[in-house]
Design a binder for this molecule. Structure first.
Ligand code: PRP
Ligand code: URA
Length: 215
């Protein structure tokens, strides 16, 4: 694949384990069970990168030998927000890393003809302004769903949001960055383009269908 120039606001996670697993995800022969496991593992590795600058605060801790000062993540619990359906596949992996995280949900689907998102569900913790959010969706295609989700999160008070996806198209990254320049975007692959039906090329197909076996 030819190299794609860097895009504003985007961090491409180039870790070899992430890249290896993304290649397995792309393979049309990868069955649902393995696909689900890979999304889970990649999401955990991506969350590790995406949380690298979370604020810390000192805390006293007593070891078996003496009292010392350690560090803990400051502030209220991190909140994961999967975009339904496919974002659900990323939640459990990240919860292995951050077991106390809260989980909100945003229900959106893409209209097949217009490719614009249709909203059907929204629920996040009430004290949104005080929390750090990780918005999750494996696919960033036209960017319509991510922009709608970010609009809704901000309307509900969220101020610190990072968006983690697995495969992104340049048009989607540009659209999200133009609408929400304060939101860092993390992806595992920046692909070439969208086809006429809004699918990412080379991509991995329909992430929701591959995760849930609904093709
Ligand atoms: C997929 C994907 C994203 C969206 C990306 O969901 O999980 O949410 O498409 O496309 P966009 O960037 O052009 O908006 P889909 O709409 O297929 O819904 P589903 O997860 O319920 O199948
Ligand atoms: N949604 C998907 O699941 N895959 C794509 O390639 C684009 C949108």
């Amino acid at each position: 694949m030819p190299t794609t120039p860097a895009l504003n606001g985007l961090t491409l996670v180039r870790h070899p384990l992430v890249q290896h697993k993304v290649t397995l995800l792309r393979d049309k022969a990868t069955p649902t069970k393995i696909f689900k496991e890979l999304v889970d593992e990649i999401a955990m590795l991506m969350a590790y990168e995406a949380t690298i600058d979370l604020a810390l605060e000192p805390v006293g801790v007593e070891t078996p030998l003496e009292q010392t000062i350690g560090q803990r993540v400051a502030g209220k619990k991190l909140t994961l927000v999967p975009i339904l359906r496919a974002g659900l596949g990323m939640v459990e992996g990240i919860l292995k890393l951050v077991p106390s995280a809260r989980v909100g949900h945003i229900g959106l689907y893409r209209d097949h003809d217009t490719l614009e998102p249709v909203a059907y569900y929204f629920k996040i913790p009430g004290d949104a302004a005080e929390r750090d959010f990780l918005l999750l969706d494996p696919m960033l295609a036209t960017g319509g769903s991510a922009v709608a989700a970010l609009d809704a999160l901000k309307k509900a008070g969220a101020q610190r949001i990072r968006f983690i996806c697995l495969v992104a198209a340049p048009a989607g990254v540009e659209r999200v960055h133009a609408a929400h320049p304060d939101v860092p975007i993390f992806c595992a692959a920046l692909d070439r383009e969208l086809n006429e039906r809004g699918y990412i090329l080379p991509g991995l197909g329909d992430a929701g269908d591959r995760l849930f076996g609904t093709r």
